[in-house]
Design a protein around this ligand. Structure first.
Ligand code: AMP
Ligand code: MG
Length: 391
């Protein structure tokens, strides 16, 4: 049994980025760049007006002669002599011979003459050529995650495709003879299976969509056959249940027989003690405890980090912060704990109902309070470490 901190370190060290490939930007949300992208153009590509107003060739006088108009998208380049003005609009190309733009609110226009009614200086309201990014300069560095803003930026440079790290394809393998399908009858002794769709939804919410779900009976043969198959064809396998020490828990034995390298099994934590983490060839395998809250805790702590590393996030880490506790809590036992909690107004309330079999508390939590092995109690007002849960 290893400490939480060591388990996290193993996950971060063992998970490597997947291969690179080219992707169209309209499908690239959430991916990490596997290349530094250089700008093929200056942005803006011409001197651009930042205002609706008048482009001027400055002189001492406040009166200017209006000689032309340039709208956004126009391609002409009128010649202004000193004292000339051109009507101009936001986003339009400022004529080469203009050296300032004055906003229209600061001008009185009468026929072909305008009179300035405010100060204007050289270069005012002109976005210089390449102000944001120069041609051949770095637009975004390798390792940047493609957020909507990043996708917008690259598209504004005329780019349609980039190289990114692949996101893992993931198999979820659900074990348990007691599991019935939601929507069907519930015979005595059975419970509805919920881990598969819960994990699928957690994956989807983090941007992972290539997921297959498989169910196996609690017997060695079907467990081993299925695991062999999915390990060969996926980047990540998440097993639910069957990893404890009961007579009908066959996952550990099957993984061992399939020569999956065990990186760790059992973490000194609550919930989620019987967590298994291993690798075979290029496939990462987590066997999560079957208890739903334990499975989801382990997902948010370990699986999420692993997914990020595989997808190219070199800075993969838990979303932690320090918050003041609004609850007294006495820890039982010597394991570290992850407690379902709600953060509001910079204070965290530890919720009732922490059992690893219960999801109702998790359903309203927005954070997990981390209670280290060494911590024995939390008092109101103590600063505690919280892990923010994604929505
Ligand atoms: P296990 O880890 O297989 O020993 O399961 C631990 C507990 O979690 C048992 O009470 C199971 O019935 C429950 N459980 C296991 N798998 C699931 C599942 N997929 N959905 C809901 N509960 C489950
Ligand atoms: Mg089971």
């Amino acid at each position: 049994m290893i400490r939480v901190e060591i388990a996290i370190k193993h996950v971060l060290e063992s998970c490597k980025t997947l291969k690179e490939y080219r992707i169209n930007l309209n499908k690239a949300h959430g991916f990490y760049l596997s290349e530094t992208v250089f700008s093929p153009i200056n942005m803006p590509p011409f001197r651009q007006s930042a205002m609706d107003g008048y482009a001027l060739n400055l002189h001492k006088n406040t009166n200017y002669k209006l000689i032309d108009e340039v709208k956004a998208g126009d391609s002409h380049n009128p010649q202004l002599k000193q004292g000339d003005a051109v009507r101009i609009f936001t986003g339009a190309a400022v004529p080469d011979s203009a050296n300032a733009v004055i906003m229209q609110e600061r001008v009185i226009a009468t026929g072909n003459t305008i009179t300035l009614n405010g100060d204007v200086k050289l270069k005012d309201n002109i976005r210089p050529l390449g102000e944001q990014v120069k041609k051949e300069a770095i637009a975004l560095k390798k390792g940047t995650q493609l957020t909507p803003a990043a996708i917008g930026l690259l598209t504004s440079l005329g780019i349609t495709e980039v190289s990114v790290y692949k996101k893992p394809n993931i198999a979820i393998v659900v074990t348990g003879n007691e599991l019935a399908k939601a929507g069907a009858d519930l015979p005595y002794g059975k419970i509805y299976e919920s881990n598969a769709v819960m994990l699928q939804s957690a994956l989807n919410s983090l941007g992972y969509h290539t997921i297959s779900i498989h169910k196996v009976e609690d017997n060695y043969h079907s467990t081993s056959t299925m695991l062999n198959k999915v390990i060969a064809s996926n980047d990540m396998v998440l097993v639910s249940g069957g990893i404890s020490v009961g007579d009908y828990d066959f996952v550990g034995k099957a993984l061992n027989e399939l020569q999956v390298e065990q990186i760790f099994y059992k973490v000194k934590q609550k919930p989620g003690k019987p967590l298994f983490f291993g690798k075979k060839d290029n496939t990462t395998i987590f066997a999560l405890p079957g208890n739903p809250a334990a499975a989801l805790s382990c997902f948010y702590i370990y699986v999420h980090l692993s997914l990020q590393k595989m997808s190219g996030n070199t800075q993969a880490e838990l979303q932690k912060s320090q918050v003041s506790s609004a609850t007294n809590y006495i820890k039982k036992g010597d394991r570290a704990q992850f407690l379902k909690a709600v953060i509001k107004n910079n204070a965290v309330t530890i919720l009732e109902g922490q059992s690893s079999a219960m999801l109702q508390t998790f359903a309203i939590a927005n954070a997990l309070v981390y209670v280290s092995e060494e911590t024995e109690r939390i008092s109101v007002g103590d600063t505690v470490e919280v892990i923010h849960l994604p929505k």
